[in-house]
Design a protein around this ligand. Structure first.
Ligand SMILES: O=C(O)C(=O)C[C@]1(C(=O)O)C=C[C@@H](O)C=C1
Length: 356
C-alpha cells in the first residue's frame, strides 16, 4: 500500500519536473531575447534582480521558506544572465575565502570568479575591465571597517551597484576526524581572534599560527594531518576537510558586508541605499553642520564612518550611507545641500538594499 502511495508521489514529481524544466527554458529564452535588445549595453541589472527576488519572496506560498526560494531564483537568474553574457567577478582570493562565498551569493554560480592577491588588485582588474564587477569587504560586525577598501573607494572611478551581507561561520577543520594530537591550528589572524574563547576552552595548549587567508590555512591542514585549520565551509569543500567543530566563532552574529563595484550603479529598485564620501571644512562644529541637511529633509543615515584623510594631517573623510536613491528628489536635494557645506562630496553609488 505505502509502495503505491510512494509511486503516486514520484510520478507527480516526474510530471512537475518536466513542467519546471520547460518553464525554466522558456524563461531562459526570454532572457536571451532581452540580451539581444540590450545589444552591447549593460547586461547585469542589479535593480531588476532585486525586484525579481523580492517579488518571489512575497509571492511564495510555502512550504519552502522565502530564503530558500530566493536562493533558487538567484541561481536561475545567474544561469539566464550567463546566456546573455557570462560575467567575470574579481574578488579577494584565494578560492575558498569568504569573499568567494560573497561573490557566489550575489551573482550565483554561473559567474566566473577571478581571485586576486589583494584588495588593490581587485580594484585594478575591474578598473582595467579585466573583470566586469568587483566584490570587496567593507566592514565586519566584530572587526570594524576594512580601511583599504574605504581608502580605494575615495579614488576609484568605479561605482557601487550592490551590497552583500554574509553571515560568517568559522569551523575547525582537519583531514582526520579527531581533536586529539593537533600540533597547530592555522587561520587568518582575524579568524583566530574571532574564535579566541572557543580555542581557549577546547584547545588551550595548541599553537595558533596566523597565515595570509583561511583558504591557505585549509590548504596547510589538508597537506598534513597533524594540523587543523579554522575556515569557512567553502574552504572545507575545496580542500576536502572534515568538520571537527562547527560555528566556533565567539560572536554568534558575526557578519561581513561586501560592496559590489562596476562601471555603473543601479537605477531605482524601490528599496535602495546611496553611499557618499565627503570631507568637512576644518572648523568647529563642521561635521554637525555638514550632516544637518540630511535630517532636515527626512533622509535617514544608516551608516557613518570616519577615516583619516590620506592627504592632510588630522583631516578626516566621512563615509555616509543614506536610505533612498540619488534620483529621488529628497536625496538629490540633500546631496545638493551637502555640496554647499562640504569641502568635497563624491557619490559612490545608489544600489538595492541586499535581498538575500
Ligand atoms: O531583465 C533583464 O534585464 C534580464 O536580463 C533578465 C534577468 C533575469 O534573468 O531575470 C537576467 C539578468 C539581469 O541582471 C536581470 C534580470
Amino acid at each position: 500500500m505505502s509502495e503505491e502511495r510512494l509511486k503516486q508521489h514520484r510520478d507527480a514529481i516526474d510530471s512537475l519536473d518536466q513542467q519546471v524544466l520547460k518553464l525554466l527554458n522558456q524563461r531562459a529564452e526570454h532572457a536571451r531575447a532581452i540580451g539581444e535588445i540590450k545589444g552591447g549595453g549593460i547586461i547585469y541589472r542589479p535593480e531588476r534582480e532585486a525586484q525579481v527576488l523580492r517579488r518571489i519572496k512575497e509571492l511564495n506560498p510555502g512550504p519552502l521558506s522565502g530564503e530558500t526560494v530566493a536562493r533558487l531564483f538567484r541561481e536561475i537568474m545567474s544561469a539566464c544572465l550567463s546566456l546573455e553574457k557570462p560575467l567575470t567577478i574579481a574578488h579577494l582570493g584565494p578560492a575558498g575565502t569568504f569573499s568567494e562565498s560573497a561573490s557566489f551569493k550575489h551573482f550565483g554560480h554561473a559567474a566566473r570568479l577571478l581571485p586576486c592577491a589583494s584588495i588593490d588588485e581587485v580594484f585594478r582588474v575591474c578598473e582595467s575591465s579585466e573583470a566586469d564587477y568587483a566584490v570587496v569587504p567593507v566592514e565586519n560586525s566584530t572587526e570594524g571597517a576594512v580601511g583599504r577598501s574605504l581608502d580605494l573607494l575615495t579614488q576609484t572611478p568605479l561605482q557601487i551597484c550592490g551590497e552583500v551581507i554574509l553571515r560568517i561561520h568559522q569551523h575547525l577543520l582537519r583531514s582526520v576526524p579527531s581533536l586529539d594530537h593537533i600540533e597547530k591550528v592555522y587561520s587568518h589572524a582575524q579568524s583566530l581572534a574571532q574564535c579566541h574563547e572557543w580555542l581557549n576552552k577546547h584547545l588551550p595548549d595548541v599553537e595558533r599560527v596566523s597565515v595570509a587567508s583561511n583558504a591557505e590555512a585549509a590548504r596547510l591542514a589538508a597537506e598534513d594531518s597533524r594540523f587543523a585549520a579554522i575556515a569557512g565551509e567553502a574552504a572545507a569543500e575545496r580542500f576536502n576537510l572534515g568538520f571537527l567543530a562547527r560555528n566556533i566563532e565567539d560572536e554568534p552574529n558575526n557578519t561581513t558586508r561586501f560592496l559590489v563595484l562596476g562601471t555603473h550603479d543601479a537605477t531605482l529598485s524601490g528599496h535602495d541605499k546611496t553611499s557618499l564620501v565627503m570631507s568637512a571644512r576644518n572648523q568647529p562644529g563642521a561635521v554637525h553642520q555638514l550632516l544637518a541637511p540630511l535630517a532636515e529633509r527626512g533622509v535617514s543615515m544608516t551608516k557613518f564612518e570616519s577615516r583619516p584623510s590620506r592627504t592632510g594631517l588630522w583631516e578626516y573623510v566621512f563615509f555616509v550611507d543614506v536610505e533612498g536613491h540619488h534620483s529621488q528628489t529628497q536625496v538629490q536635494d540633500a546631496i545638493e545641500a551637502l555640496r554647499e557645506r562640504a569641502a568635497f562630496v563624491k557619490i559612490l553609488g545608489s544600489y538595492p538594499v541586499a535581498v538575500l
